[in-house]
Write a protein that binds this ligand. Structure first.
Ligand SMILES: [Zn+2]
Length: 280
């Protein structure tokens, strides 16, 4: 029954066409495979799917949920929050790392279900509220969602004794946003996507500041200190391998103080290579 509903839902969704030869129905199905929710460190929990992350940060005064994943991921996120023993209507703040369908697609429904306020960067707000990115006609649409307040660089988000610091890290989108916080004795970063992902980089084709934004973001990320690197595609930080080690008893499975710098440097090299290829 559940499978039939998922298949029907998928069939009715407009497939994004970022890469012409990608079978997006299949990719979405794989990305939406379930993951047993788990605690990463302190009050930071994973409530996303196999391929798209969502993080729940719990406090005595309500919770913060980062990202809505895909439209079809919402029932899993809802179930995962309950499975960890938390209440959906205790989610007070919704955040979003960037306005692309695979991360923003579930936000509208999650906002309706929780009644939480959505905070987002000014530069990604238009895409969130339009349900599409005006400079990326190759990307699929997603349900429009209203932004309740704007986040600026360095802004602190505090709830129930927990504080997240906002870092604007544009490039992947105009308003790509990362956060840092302290949990379980560790400095944690929720890093926005830093891949090019088929984005046009040459002037006039994507958004004009993309190249300078990417370069500034790599420099910024390399200067941040973090023991735990998290981002919004689990394959981007080997989540499954770490989760297995965590479940097996290694409570520091996610701790790797060199990972942020390593990932940023690798992404920077990939970006420069892609830029050179696009200029040819
Ligand atoms: Zn993206």
């Amino acid at each position: 029954m559940k499978r039939a509903i998922a298949a029907a839902l998928l069939a009715g969704l407009a497939a994004p066409v970022a890469a012409q030869d990608t079978d997006w129905v299949q990719v979405r199905r794989e990305w939406n495979a379930p993951v047993t929710p788990f605690t990463i460190a302190g009050n930071v929990h994973y409530v996303g799917t196999a391929g798209i992350a969502a993080y729940l940060i719990t406090t005595p005064e309500g919770h913060i949920l980062i990202d809505g994943a895909m439209e079809e991921s919402v029932p899993q996120i809802v179930a995962n929050i309950a499975r960890l023993g938390f209440r959906l209507d205790d989610v007070k703040i919704l955040l979003i790392n960037h306005a692309h369908w695979d991360h923003s697609g579930g936000l509208a429904e999650l906002k309706r279900l929780t009644g939480a306020r959505l905070l987002a960067s000014a530069a990604d707000m238009p895409a969130l509220e339009a349900g599409s990115v005006d400079y990326r006609s190759d990307l699929g649409p997603f349900p429009k969602v209203r932004v309740d307040a704007l986040l600026s660089d360095g802004e602190a988000i505090t709830l129930g004794g927990t504080t997240l610091t906002t870092h604007l890290t544009p490039g992947h989108t105009k308003g790509c946003t990362s956060w840092t916080m302290r949990a379980g004795g560790h400095d944690i970063i929720f890093a926005c996507s830093i891949t090019v992902a088929d984005q046009p980089l040459v002037k006039g084709k994507g958004y004009d500041a993309a190249v300078s934004d990417f370069r500034a973001t790599f420099a910024k990320l390399k200067a941040i200190k973090a023991d735990v690197f998290l981002n919004f595609h689990p394959t981007g930080f080997d989540m499954e391998a770490k989760r297995k080690r965590l479940v097996a008893g290694d409570k520091n499975a996610f701790v790797d103080p060199g990972e942020l710098r390593r990932r940023a440097k690798a992404a920077e090299a990939g970006f420069e290579k892609e830029l050179a290829a696009q200029k040819r």
